[in-house]
Design a protein around this ligand. Structure first.
Ligand SMILES: [Zn+2]
Length: 75
């Protein structure tokens, strides 16, 4: 299930309810409701099927000072 990352929309979509395409920055789908771009990460399962995982919008390619990672807790 994908969730539109437009905070005022926040609509959930089944993966087969949206059109996934690549506009040059990797796979994404446009929210059918609000038109927001929602970026995806493609992976190929062991049975050969293509799967998509929703990711955050890629950061702009400008170097920035990232805050030091706090703690060591990873899930
Ligand atoms: Zn939306």
């Amino acid at each position: 299930m994908f969730v539109c990352q437009n905070q005022s929309c926040d609509t959930q979509w089944a993966p087969d309810a949206v059109e996934i395409r690549n506009e040059g920055q990797g796979p994404l789908f446009r929210c059918p409701l609000c038109g927001a771009r929602n970026y995806l990460e493609a992976s190929t399962a062991s049975d050969g099927t293509q799967k998509y995982r929703q990711i955050r919008q890629p950061a702009a390619p400008t170097p920035s000072t990232k805050p030091a990672r706090q703690g060591g807790k990873r899930t």
